[in-house]
Write a protein of this length. Structure first.
Length: 613
C-alpha cells in the first residue's frame, strides 16, 4: 500500500514579495513554482503520483510547466518553455513504501545550486575580487535560504503539525544590509561607513558586467535578490520582458492616444527627439500589435518613465548626458492634452477555505476539487491577457497579476465568475468561493510594499472583515494607503436586492459621467460627522443620511444635478459606503448605521483615474 507524502517549499512572501521591479516579482514567483516542480519530479521518477494539485493524468503529465521541466536538459529553457508559474509551493503525493522526502529536498537543492552557479560564473565571479569575502557571503546565503518541510503519513494535518516543530531560524547576518531583502547582507562585504569607496567600486564593476539596466547604480543587494534579478537572463538569452510599473500605468493613455491623429503626430515628434539620447526599454508587444501601430512603435517602445513629467524631469533617474534631451521632451510633453494616470493595479486572488474543503472530502472528493482548481487555473492567463494585463502566477486557486488601472476590477470579477463556474457541480457552491485584493498603486510606490499590502488586505479585509467571497481595494500613493475598502462580491441594495460590485460601480460611473464627486462635497460630509476621512463611524439617531447627503451634493457648485439624480446617486453610494459583510451562513448583511466615505472616495478615484489624489 502506498504512503502519502506532503511537501512544502518556502519562504513564499520572503522570496516573492521583496521585489523592486516587476521582473523581480515574476522571477521570485516563477522560481518558487519551478523548484517545486523539481520536487514533484523526484516523486514521479520514483513511481509516485502527485494527487494534489492535479498535474498528471495517470502517467501523463498535463501541467505545462511540469511537463516542460520533465524534458528539460540542464538549464536549457526552450523558447516554448512556459513563462507563468502554475505549480503551487505545496503538494500531496502517493509514494511507494520507503520513499523519503529527502529525495524532494535534494532535487530542489540541486536545481537551485545549478541556477545560482550559472549566475555566479557569468556575472559575479569576474568581479568577486573587488569584494570583501563576496564568495563566502554568496555561498552562505545561497546554501541556507530554502525552508523545506515534508511528512509521510495519512493524516491531512501532519504537515502543518510538522511545520510547527520548525527549529531552523535564519542566522542574523552581519554588515550592511541588502536594499531589497533587509535582513540579508549586501554582496560586496564592505561597511559603507568605513569603506564607501571600495563598496562603490564593487557595485560599479558588477554593474558593468551585467547586461543593460539590470542593476541600478544605487542598488546594493544580496545573493538571493541578485539571483532573482539576473535569472531572466538565464531563462531567455535576451532576458524576459516585463513592463515597468510606469508603463503599466501609461497603457490606457497610450491606447487612447493612438486613436487620435493630432496626438499621434505629437507622439511621433516626441519619439524622434527621445531617440537621440534615450533607449527604448519596453516591449509593446504585450499590449499592442506592430502591424497596427508601426508608425508609433518607437514611441510605444520608450521606457515608461518617459511618459510622466515627474520622472522625465527627475535627474537622479537618468544619466547626466540626457539632461538637454529630457528638457526638450518636457516641452514636447506639455503639448499632449493630458498626462497618463500615475496608477496601475496589482491583483491578488485566493480560494476561500480550500484546505478545509480538501480535508473534509474523501479521495473522490479531493480529486473533484483538484479538477475544478485545474479548470480555473487554466483560464487565468487568457482572462488577464484579454484585460491588457500580465499574469505573474496562476497556480491552483492563487492568482497574481498586474493590470492597467481601468481593467483590474473587470478582470477580477470575470475570474471570480470562472472560479464559481469551475465548482458549479459541487453541492454547496457557497463553500467554493474566492476572494480578491486590488491595490491601485502609484507607479513610484515601492513594489514590495504594494505586494505586502495586497496580501494584508486580502487576509484581513476581504477574508476576515467582509467574511470571505469578497473584494478588498486599496489606493496606494507613494506615502501609503489613502483609501481602504472591502465588501462582498454581491452588495445588498436598500431594497434588499443583491447586485454585483462591478455592476454597482459601473452604474455610478455612468451616472456621474464627467461629473466628479468633489473634494468639497466629501469634506463637508466629513465635517458634518466630525470623523477622520475614510474611517467607519456610526450615523447618529434621527439623521436621514440619504437626504443629508443628497442636499450636500446638490449644494456643490462644481456638479449640476437634479434632485432625483442626486438622490439616485446617493442611494447607490450608500450601497457602497455602508458596512456590508457575509455572516456565518454566508449571507450578505447590510448595516446602514455604520458608514464610511471610502466607497465614495473610490468612485472619485475611478472617475478621475487618480488625478490629484
Amino acid at each position: 500500500m502506498n504512503d502519502i507524502l506532503q511537501f512544502t517549499l518556502g519562504p513564499v512572501q520572503g522570496f516573492v514579495a521583496q521585489a523592486r521591479r516587476t521582473r523581480d516579482f515574476w522571477a521570485g514567483s516563477f522560481l518558487l513554482s519551478y523548484l517545486t516542480g523539481k520536487a514533484m519530479l523526484a516523486v514521479i521518477d520514483k513511481k509516485g503520483k502527485i494527487t494534489f494539485p492535479v498535474v498528471q493524468d495517470e502517467d501523463v503529465i498535463n501541467d505545462p510547466l511540469l511537463r516542460a521541466i520533465s524534458v528539460q536538459k540542464g538549464l536549457n529553457f526552450a523558447e516554448s518553455f512556459p513563462v507563468i508559474g502554475s505549480i503551487p509551493n505545496r503538494f500531496m503525493a502517493e509514494v511507494p513504501p520507503g520513499f523519503s522526502g529527502e529525495d524532494c529536498v535534494n532535487a530542489v537543492d540541486a536545481a537551485w545550486q545549478e541556477i545560482a552557479s550559472e549566475i555566479w560564473d557569468r556575472y559575479i565571479s569576474p568581479v568577486a575580487d573587488y569584494g570583501n569575502g563576496t564568495q563566502q557571503i554568496w555561498q552562505r546565503q545561497v546554501n541556507g535560504f530554502w525552508d523545506m518541510n515534508w511528512v509521510v503519513g495519512g493524516e491531512s494535518d501532519l504537515l502543518d503539525r510538522r511545520k510547527n516543530w520548525r527549529s531552523y531560524i535564519p542566522p542574523e547576518e552581519p554588515g550592511d544590509k541588502c536594499t531589497l531583502m533587509e535582513n540579508s547582507q549586501e554582496l560586496s562585504g564592505y561597511l559603507r561607513i568605513h569603506d564607501r569607496d571600495a563598496q562603490k567600486r564593487f557595485w560599479h564593476e558588477l554593474g558593468k558586467s551585467v547586461p543593460g539596466m539590470d542593476l541600478h547604480y544605487d542598488e546594493r543587494i544580496c545573493a538571493i535578490a541578485l539571483i532573482k534579478r539576473l535569472f531572466p537572463r538565464i531563462f531567455k538569452p535576451g532576458g524576459t520582458s516585463f513592463p515597468s510599473t510606469s508603463y503599466l500605468a501609461a497603457v490606457p493613455w497610450l491606447a487612447n492616444l493612438k486613436k487620435n491623429k493630432e496626438e499621434k503626430e505629437k507622439a511621433i515628434a516626441f519619439s524622434i527627439e527621445a531617440r537621440k539620447k534615450l533607449k527604448g526599454n519596453e516591449d509593446p508587444m504585450l499590449f499592442f500589435q506592430k502591424s497596427e501601430d508601426a508608425d508609433l512603435w518607437d514611441f510605444l517602445s520608450l521606457d515608461g518613465t518617459c511618459f510622466f513629467s515627474s520622472t522625465l524631469g527627475n535627474d537622479s533617474l537618468w544619466d547626466p548626458s540626457t539632461a538637454e534631451c529630457r528638457q526638450q521632451l518636457l516641452e514636447l510633453q506639455k503639448k499632449f492634452k493630458e498626462e497618463p494616470s500615475p496608477f496601475y493595479a496589482l491583483l491578488l486572488m485566493d480560494g476561500d477555505r480550500l484546505g478545509a474543503l480538501l480535508s473534509e472530502k474523501g479521495e473522490e472528493g479531493k480529486k473533484a476539487v483538484s479538477e475544478a482548481v485545474k479548470v480555473f487555473s487554466s483560464q487565468v492567463d487568457n482572462t488577464i491577457k484579454s484585460h491588457n494585463g500580465l499574469t505573474v502566477y496562476a497556480g491552483g486557486d492563487d492568482v497574481l497579476a498586474l493590470l492597467p488601472l481601468d481593467k483590474a476590477l473587470p478582470a477580477a470579477a470575470q475570474l471570480r465568475g470562472k472560479y464559481m463556474e469551475a465548482f458549479q457541480d459541487f453541492n454547496k457552491p457557497e463553500d467554493t468561493t474566492i476572494s480578491a485584493a486590488i491595490v491601485y498603486a502609484h507607479h513610484h510606490a515601492p513594489l514590495k510594499q504594494v505586494i505586502a499590502k495586497a496580501h494584508q488586505i486580502l487576509d484581513e479585509d476581504a477574508k476576515e472583515r467582509s467574511g470571505r467571497d469578497a473584494l478588498a481595494v486599496t489606493v496606494w500613493k507613494t506615502g501609503g494607503a489613502v483609501i481602504n475598502w472591502s465588501v462582498p462580491w454581491e452588495l445588498k441594495t436598500q431594497d434588499g436586492d443583491l447586485v454585483s460590485i462591478d455592476f454597482q460601480l459601473n452604474k455610478l460611473l455612468l451616472a456621474l459621467g464627467n461629473k466628479k464627486l468633489t473634494n468639497s462635497w466629501i469634506y463637508n460630509i466629513r465635517k458634518v460627522f466630525q470623523e477622520p476621512l475614510g474611517s467607519d463611524f456610526k450615523v447618529p439617531e434621527g439623521i436621514d443620511l440619504q437626504k443629508l447627503l443628497s442636499a450636500e451634493l446638490m449644494r456643490s457648485r462644481e456638479i449640476d444635478l437634479s434632485s432625483a439624480q442626486a438622490e439616485e446617486i446617493v442611494n447607490d453610494l450608500l450601497t457602497l459606503c455602508c458596512y456590508q459583510w457575509r455572516d456565518n451562513k454566508k449571507q450578505v448583511q447590510r448595516d446602514d448605521s455604520k458608514f464610511s466615505l471610502s466607497g465614495a472616495l473610490l468612485v472619485k478615484f475611478l472617475v478621475t483615474r487618480g488625478a490629484k489624489m
